[in-house]
Design a protein around this ligand. Structure first.
Ligand SMILES: *Cc1c(COP(=O)(O)O)cnc(C)c1O
Length: 400
């Protein structure tokens, strides 16, 4: 049973105004979080309970029965996430991790014998899930060059159920044409899944561009403070949402109430954080492009980036991630990763603090030898929201 959206109160003349009319930054703070829906708590409480008292057998008080099926803190987060992605009330689901969300999408929407087209340059863990886990279960996949709609069309077979893309991509920051891919997927009866982790809903809302399912690792920008692992899905079609909810309850990949609360708190500041991430990343990208040790800067906010125009059309701003290729090859890339101080050498991204990593040896090691292998001279920066002048000094010192 799905509890109702407590903010969806349009029929009550004394209730709050239609939350869907609010701007993004307002929804990030208020959607799903009406104090009047509970005991007046201004902040949604952590409902640390596994079960709920019933008024007689089957007499659920507010639709809550058992916390694998639903929990009020999780409902608040799911309501907020659906609102931020522009989905209808009740179309958001929160998961234990990004990969738990992805696994549930694959098993809810595909069956053994089906086929998934994965745009290349995807997150290494997504590729591993398809090649190392789903493949054994009988779900086939093919990869295709993300920027080339003809190549993606050629990879689609009559068994293709999902076209799966990430944009911007990890770690090469390629930009996929969401509207073009949606049209292509729909023409062959498939659904388009967009991993919106890198952009976050503050910068890009794939459902509005024609995507059917949006997945997130909320571990990254949505959580925003590198203190929680979580995932999310928002889907357009209520039948798809129902299948996802059935599978989530049957498979059990749910987040705990405290983790939901952390993501909900992170989401409140998403919009302001993203603006600062974008400001800082643009300065870092433009400065590194002038550095003699740098061979190439990859950032969708630079006019020399192949996805520049597309990013301008489908994203509010180009994001906080910057990748660089170094003239000195792998050795120079590893040295840079080990010499920065403010940029912490670590996997993950999207937190307030700046991180640096070597994708070929770290986040994308599982893609080695595959079509998704990444160059060894590449370094990925998750540009945080520190003072940018300190970040520039740190990078310059580490490069010289
Ligand atoms: C981190 C990440 C994932 C996986 O999410 P987890 O929360 O680590 O399970 C999926 N997609 C992208 C783009 C990611 O960056």
């Amino acid at each position: 049973m799905t509890p109702d959206d407590p903010t969806d109160d349009r029929t009550d003349p004394d209730g709050p105004a239609d939350p869907r009319a609010w701007a993004f930054a307002t929804r990030a703070i208020h959607a799903g979080q009406d104090p009047l829906a509970t005991t007046g708590d201004v902040v949604v409480p952590i409902h640390q309970t596994s079960t709920y008292a019933q008024d007689g057998v089957g007499g659920l008080r507010q639709g809550y029965e058992y916390s694998r099926s639903a929990n009020p803190t999780r409902t608040a987060l799911e309501t907020c996430l659906a609102s931020l992605e522009g989905g209808a009330p009740g179309t958001g689901l929160a998961f234990a991790s990004g990969l738990a969300a992805e696994d549930t999408v694959l098993r809810a929407l595909c069956a053994p014998g089906d086929h998934v087209v994965l745009a290349d340059d995807a997150y290494g863990g997504t590729y591993r899930l398809l090649s190392g886990v789903a493949q054994r279960w009988g779900l086939d996949h093919g990869t295709a060059l993300l920027g080339d709609l003809d190549a993606v069309a050629a990879a689609v077979t009559d068994r293709t159920r999902l076209v799966w893309c990430e944009t911007p991509t990890n770690p090469l920051l390629g930009v996929a044409d969401i509207a073009g891919l949606a049209e292509l997927a729909h023409a062959s009866g498939a659904l388009l899944v967009v991993d919106n982790t890198f952009a976050s809903p503050s910068l890009q809302q794939p459902l509005s561009l024609g995507a059917d399912v949006v997945v997130h690792s909320t571990t990254k920008y949505l959580g925003g403070h590198s203190d929680v692992v979580g995932g999310a899905v928002v889907a357009r079609d209520p039948e798809v949402v129902e299948r996802l909810r059935y599978h989530q309850n049957a498979m059990g990949a749910i987040p705990g109430p405290f983790d939901c609360w952390l993501v909900l708190r992170g989401a409140k500041t998403l919009d302001v954080r993203m603006d600062r991430h974008c400001d800082n990343a643009q300065v870092v990208a433009d400065t590194l492009a002038e550095h003699p040790a740098v061979a190439q800067v990859l950032h969708p906010g630079r006019a020399d980036h192949p996805g520049f125009d597309l990013a301008r059309r489908q994203m509010r701003r180009p994001g906080g991630m910057v990748s660089v290729r170094l003239r000195g090859g792998e050795e120079a890339a590893l040295r840079l990763c080990e010499r920065t101080r403010l940029f912490t050498l670590a996997e993950s991204l999207g937190g307030v603090e700046s991180l640096i990593e070597h994708p070929a040896r770290m986040t994308h090691a599982s893609a080695a030898g595959s079509a998704l292998e990444v160059p060894s001279d590449l370094v990925r920066l998750s540009v945080g929201i520190e003072a940018v002048e300190d970040l520039l000094v740190d990078l310059d010192r580490a490069l010289t």
